[in-house]
Design a protein around this ligand. Structure first.
Ligand code: HSE
Length: 412
């Protein structure tokens, strides 16, 4: 029998305990032995629960228990999650986690500690909730050079954007609904301002390209500035707007990594991914594009990935050699502004005579319209150019054109 512990009895932690009870027999048969939750760490009391006797407020009860060999860290945040994880790994216990903030910030260090103590640090649940993506990437796609990873990595913002696009639900109402459904982070600013998606693309790109990509090196924009005209102009160009986290290998060896809302044509494999669902596209030089799709947040989908990692460890024993990457000095990320892209731009044109100047400066643009478009409001899609070139051209237009919004267009 394998005895495990759970750090944190929030949304994910309670889901982990529930799955071990609900699917006890199938988990035992897949693991080859029974797995039982011996201890749960939480500062709160849960006297009403049938397993109330398993709770402790003292981390040492878990750290110093020689019977506990695997621990799920589902408390979130950097501290004390980092110190607890490090201590557990050093004590010879494997740790699994859904804590993307910790893996993105300290993954290289914790993987090194796990390796030094011949135990595992697994984090399938940290990206894509219940979608298997970490393991397929380092095992099933191991024969590929991965050239690019891109995805809808945050369920809360995808839920909000879907509600805004399909039922014109106001932003705040859609966010409240996502919180009620247990999708949002404790501080939902991490969702709507892009930090959560940033952490996830850091994890995916570190694994795909082998050196740690730190969140502070990744250009990150959220969805709070998006407006109804953005949505309407996007629709006029047969596009949706999705918050995309992306990373790709640049020719010189650096990594392009960024998070921002982007236009995707309706035929894109990621465009129809709605509500809380996540979609992750991995481009391999042997497979071409592989897309993973499923519930990216929520109690049982995330708990499913946590428990699967625990089952895997109880079967495997020693350290996984493929789930690892090296540390970096942060200089492994290149300049996202150099990438040639098309941009949807809208704003106010001083007068209609300025239209010819706009076309002269911008080149061959595609003009867009929306219902009730105010006079002077002008929207267009540029030809491909770098962000530096776009800024220069907008500067040349100066007061002739007052920019209200610029959204990048991606081609997945
Ligand atoms: N807040 C996250 C999301 C939870 O909405 O995707 C899953 O990581």
């Amino acid at each position: 029998m394998v005895k495990v512990a759970v750090l944190g009895h929030g949304t994910v932690g309670s889901g982990v305990v529930e799955l071990f009870t609900k699917n006890k027999e199938s988990i035992a048969s897949r693991a080859g032995q029974e797995i039982t939750v011996k201890r749960i760490l939480d500062l709160r009391e849960f006297p009403e629960l049938p397993y109330a006797g398993k709770f402790t407020k003292n981390f040492d009860d878990i750290l110093n228990d020689p019977e506990i060999s695997i621990v799920a860290e589902v408390m979130g945040g950097l501290h004390p999650a980092f110190e607890y994880t490090k201590a557990l790994l050093e004590a010879g216990k494997s740790v699994v986690t859904s804590n993307k903030e910790l893996v993105a910030a300290r993954g290289a260090a914790l993987l090194a500690v796990a390796k030094a103590h011949n135990v595992n640090y697994f984090f399938e649940a940290s990206v894509g909730g219940g979608i298997p993506v970490i393991r397929p990437m380092h095992q099933c796609l191991a024969a590929n050079e991965i050239t690019e990873v891109a995805g809808i990595l945050n369920g809360t913002t995808n839920y909000i954007l879907t509600r805004m696009f399909h039922d014109s639900t106001p932003f705040d109402e859609a966010l409240r609904e996502a919180q009620r459904l247990g999708y949002a982070e404790r501080n939902p600013a991490a969702d709507v301002e892009g930090a959560d998606a940033c952490r996830k693309i850091c994890i995916l790109s570190s694994l795909a390209f082998g050196s740690h990509v730190y969140p502070e090196t990744v250009h990150t924009e959220g969805i709070t500035h998006l407006t109804l005209p953005d949505v309407e102009y996007a629709a006029n160009w047969d596009c949706v707007i999705k918050l995309i986290g992306r990373a790709k290998k640049l020719p010189g060896g650096k990594i392009l990594a960024a998070v921002y809302p982007a236009l995707l044509k309706h035929h894109s494999q990621l465009a129809s991914i709605d509500d809380v669902f996540n979609g992750i596209l991995i481009r391999g030089n042997a497979t071409g594009d592989v897309v993973f799709y499923g519930r990216g947040a929520g109690k049982l989908p995330t708990a499913s990935a946590v428990v699967a990692d625990m089952i895997d460890i109880s079967k495997a024993g020693c350290t996984s050699k493929s789930l690892t990457w090296c540390d970096s000095d942060g200089k492994n990320v290149g300049d996202y502004k150099e990438e040639p892209l098309r941009f949807m731009v809208w704003g106010t044109l001083l007068d209609t005579r300025a239209l010819a100047t706009l076309q002269d400066v911008m080149g061959s643009v595609t003009f867009l319209s929306r219902p009730g478009q105010p006079e002077g409001e002008t929207a267009f899609v540029t030809p491909e150019m770098s962000e530096y070139a776009l800024s220069e051209k907008l500067e040349v237009l100066g007061n002739l054109f007052k920019v209200r919004s610029v959204i990048r267009a991606l081609d997945y």
